[in-house]
Design a protein around this ligand. Structure first.
Ligand code: SF4
Length: 445
């Protein structure tokens, strides 16, 4: 008897990716055969994003595309678009099940038994307007598909930045129980993962039974044989001195921070309802860079927020230029219905938004090249991804530099000392240092 095929696809953030892996495990446990997205399938699970209008459009397109090659596929939609756009999705043809974020990880239990999988005239809907605030455990652990495993520690956000739909899509801040986080970290180590990447919406707000983010990091630092811990995006107001000290002293916590700035202009920051000023942000980054050797620092910048004048943009450009960023993520403002920013006057013409984004993209490329160049001659540890391309294995260093290393064998999932020998805008090049023992897996060697 052939098993029922299921295909999963993720749009949006790392947290969505981590949750798709959990859904995949739930389906596997129910006997589904997971097939690659794009292949003929009996079930499609689409884990959607609603951060931009584009992401929503892509979701609708992917459903149509899947139904072209698999017209009988049972289509289940979950994630932020399923949460915020449920009314519209109910009327889109081809969708059989809509699951809002409150019930996302229960999705496999809502699928009909394999013999009863049939397209429906209207979708079955599991959705609540609000999402409960309680702490949580995960139903089971996913099998990450990269050598760096995403570990969900937190969900939701209460910050209410005026442009952001996420507090509506994912609800208030809530944390995963510490024991459950540690259980999964140990399970990942036992399955051979060498780096875990802590993910959530606002991870610096982690709090469980009085134990905050740094307490969680200290506990993870004790997990036997866990070699690397990486923090994904973290809000500037939650980066404490304690966290910088930990990062400076730990041999496992990677020297890497991605701290969204969004704008380098105080008026725009205030209209965005961000909780930091430009000066506070600049001081934080300078302090972090001074305290943590060879730190990699990334940021998010938004262009075209309503009311962003030429002067405001120039302020953003100047701050981005001044600070030691290793890369910039640049996003055009995308109006999201229901957010406070929709009521702000001063739409920026799209040609201006494009020009500003392009200027920041160019700056980002120059920053990345300078960051790579600065490391030429250094010997660092590198964790190798799977596969080889044109005689190179691809690896990631603790400060999130991507290094291509010439090799004759696939070095998948190995951590090796490498010397960085050359730099390009996209990545650095290096070679493995023969016969050098690894002292630690995150610090300079
Ligand atoms: S901190 Fe602001 S931008 Fe980030 S998820 Fe929360 S509301 Fe959105």
């Amino acid at each position: 008897m052939t098993s029922t095929r299921a295909s999963l696809h993720t749009l949006g953030c790392r947290l969505n990716q981590a949750e798709t892996a959990i859904l995949g495990e739930g389906l596997r446990q129910k006997g589904y055969q997971l097939v690659e997205f794009g292949q003929p399938t009996d079930v499609l699970i689409l884990n959607t994003c609603s951060v931009t209008e584009d992401a929503e459009r892509t979701s609708r397109y992917l459903i149509r595309k899947t139904l072209k090659h698999s017209p009988h596929a049972f289509v289940a939609v979950t994630g932020c678009y399923a949460q915020t756009g449920v009314e519209g999705l109910k009327h889109q043809t081809g969708i059989d099940l809509i699951v809002g974020n409150q019930f996302k990880l229960d999705l496999p239990t809502y699928l009909p038994p394999a013999h009863a999988l049939q397209k429906r005239s209207s979708p079955d809907v599991h959705h609540t307007r609000t999402i409960s605030r309680g702490e949580f455990d995960l139903p089971h652990f996913g099998e990450p598909d990269t050598t760096r495993a995403l570990l969900k520690i937190q969900d939701g956000c209460s910050a209410m930045c005026s442009f952001c739909i996420i507090p509506f899509a994912r609800g208030h801040e809530r944390s995963r129980t510490l024991d459950d986080v540690l259980r999964e970290a140990k399970s990942l180590v036992a399955r051979g993962y060498r780096e875990i990447v802590l993910t959530g919406v606002n991870i610096g707000q982690y709090l469980h039974k009085g134990r905050g983010f740094c307490a969680l990091l200290r506990q993870l630092d004790q997990v036997a044989d866990l070699e690397r811990i990486r923090i994904s995006s973290i809000e500037p107001t939650t980066v404490t001195n304690e966290l910088l000290d930990l990062m400076a002293s730990s041999t496992r916590l990677c020297p890497y921070l991605h701290i969204p700035l969004q704008s380098g202009d105080d008026q725009i920051l205030s209209a965005m309802n961000r909780r930091h000023t430009v000066l506070a942000y600049v001081r934080l980054i300078q302090q972090a860079a001074a305290r943590i050797p060879n730190l990699g620092i990334g940021t998010d910048l938004m262009v075209g927020f309503p009311g962003e004048t030429e002067t405001a943009f120039r302020n953003t450009f100047a701050v981005a230029m001044e600070l030691p960023f290793s890369y910039l993520h640049v996003f055009p403002y995308s109006p999201r219905p229901g957010t406070a920013a929709m009521r702000i006057q001063g739409t920026v013409p799209s040609a201006t938004v494009k020009k500003r984004a392009s200027l920041l993209h160019d700056l980002g490329h120059a920053k990345r090249l300078a960051f790579h160049n600065k490391q030429v001659g250094m010997t660092v540890s590198a964790l190798f991804e799977s596969g080889m391309q044109d005689g190179y294995c691809h690896s990631t260093t603790p400060n999130f530099t991507k290094v291509a290393v010439a090799a004759s064998d696939d070095l998948q999932n190995q951590i090796k000392p490498i010397t960085i020998t050359a730099a390009t805008e996209r990545w650095a090049f290096g070679h493995v240092v023969p016969n050098q023992p690894m002292k630690t897996s995150t610090t300079l060697l």
